[in-house]
Design a protein around this ligand. Structure first.
Ligand code: NAG
Ligand code: NAG
Ligand code: NAG
Length: 433
């Protein structure tokens, strides 16, 4: 009798304990989620006001908080890095320019550089000659380019080389607020991204250069009918609106009465077909969050898919996310590779350097969620800490861009690069804690 009653009592106490434990766990969850939301708001690295549609789940918020947290210790950690295998990178070798013989056709030179794994070689002391040709060679034909959604021109330069011209829409100090993918292309971002890729050894970015073009003397005389029909005059300036998804007669781009600045991007050889792939960490571009924003274990889903079972493909996307985070490109909804295989090509970097005050850590989601990172890029980034990134980038840009005023990136964007590099290393550090 008494034993039975004691049994019931124990069962009752046991039940109470379980209920108590559950209540505690629930309370802790609620508090943590609440706390993370509050901190995210106060630290302001997800600008909720300007981005009401992109609200990552609380799991992602936690990761971002931890990255901010460890960023304080990142300098000392990577100085005596016990994890990273140290390769010394000779950045000054990127500044050497070796001459090309007069009879060498620079367009052939550049097209021979392209293989399934690269667009130019890491050691390319003749690169600046190709850049100079992009800046100086006579324009022999001009047409609309219907590739992509934004206004571009398809030009042919003397020697038969095809290039793209992305016109300037914004002054250097203009800040793009709102969605990370908002605004029009930043032509200077395209060129800065090319030089950053040189510095980081990501030799899969098309060669790009700044160029000022006189629309009346250099474009109109060689323009196709369909392009010249989109030209018009406004307050003594010459303008055009081209043909593309977002091209409108009411939304043209105008010169400054003398010339129009833009980015000239070298076209890849016809023999190399591009294949487009949907980016697994694509944004939803609507108020509904994307799958990767909802699931902390999203990476394991990606790894299970056939396409990413080869780990190098995943590491390649992670490396791409580091590059995109540094340049603030949150618009790589698709990526391209050569049909013959090879790594992700970093084509179309125009949606970059929009807001120097924002760090869109969600661009790093592949790194944060997969907790993996290619060792080589960490080694390069480690050697570009504490302002070295921006100062080398300026050296690289000014060595080949001889006549650009104003500078390709303003001081705030250069500082943003150094700040974001630290955040990348913090995210890397977090994967190793
Ligand atoms: C780095 O490269 C430059 C130019 O190619 C060369 O002069 C210099 O000796 C190199 N430095 C090292 C440490 O290899
Ligand atoms: C355009 O140029 C003409 C002739 O040089 C000048 O008279 C006129 O004021 C200019 N218009 C504007 C809007 O600047
Ligand atoms: C740099 O610009 C000056 C003046 O425009 C020009 O004379 C010179 O040839 C340019 N140098 C190079 C390497 O392009």
């Amino acid at each position: 009798m008494t034993i039975e009653r004691a049994g019931i009592r124990y069962k009752f106490i046991f039940l109470c304990l379980i209920l108590f434990a559950f209540a505690n766990v629930f309370l802790i969850q609620v508090l943590l989620v609440y706390e993370s939301r509050e901190n995210v708001k106060s630290e302001g690295f997800q600008d909720e006001k300007s981005e009401p549609t992109l609200k990552p789940s609380s799991t992602t918020d936690f990761s971002y908080r931890r990255i901010q947290f460890v960023s304080n210790g990142v300098d000392s950690f990577f100085k005596q890095s016990i994890f990273s295998t140290k390769h010394e990178h000779n950045f000054s070798s990127l500044l050497t320019v070796s001459p090309v013989a007069d009879e060498v056709n620079v367009w052939n030179l550049a097209s021979k550089w392209v293989s399934s794994s690269q667009i130019w070689p890491k050691e390319a002391p003749q690169l600046s000659h190709v850049v100079a040709a992009l800046k100086q060679k006579k324009i022999v034909a001009a047409d609309v380019s219907t590739k992509g959604t934004q206004l571009k021109l398809a030009l042919v330069l003397e020697g038969g080389q095809q290039v793209l011209f992305k016109p300037k829409w914004y002054d250097r100090d203009h800040v793009i607020t709102g969605n990370v993918y908002g605004g029009k292309d930043r032509h200077n971002g395209e060129v800065a991204a090319f030089h950053l890729a040189r510095l980081l050894g990501l030799n899969r970015v098309p060669i790009a250069a700044m160029r000022k073009i006189n629309l009346n003397t250099e474009i109109l005389p060689v323009a196709s009918k369909i392009l010249s029909r989109t030209f018009y005059r406004k307050d003594n300036t010459t303008c055009f609106y081209g043909v593309c998804t977002y091209c409108r007669p009411t939304d043209g781009v105008c010169d400054d009465r003398r010339s129009l600045e833009g980015a000239i991007v070298l076209w890849l050889p016809q023999a190399f077909q591009l294949v487009k792939h949907r980016h697994p960490w694509q944004r939803s571009y609507s108020s509904a969050p994307a799958k990767w924003q909802m699931h902390a274990n999203y990476c394991s889903l990606v790894k299970r898919s056939k396409k990413y079972q080869d780990e190098s493909k995943l590491l390649n996307l992670i490396e791409t996310s580091i590059f995109d985070f540094l340049i603030d490109n949150g618009d790589r909804h698709h990526y391209e590779r050569f049909a013959s295989g090879g790594p992700v090509l970093l084509i179309d970097n125009g949606k970059s350097f929009g807001n120097p005050d924002a760090d869109h850590l969600d661009i790093l989601a592949p790194l944060i969620q997969c907790c993996r990172v290619p060792e080589r890029i960490v080694s390069v980034l480690t050697q570009l800490q504490n302002g070295a990134l921006s100062s080398w980038l300026v050296k690289l840009m000014t060595t080949v861009e001889n006549d650009t005023s104003p500078p390709i990136l303003n001081l705030k964007h250069l500082q943003a690069l150094d700040r974001r590099l630290k955040l990348v290393l913090s995210a890397v550090l977090k994967t190793r804690l």
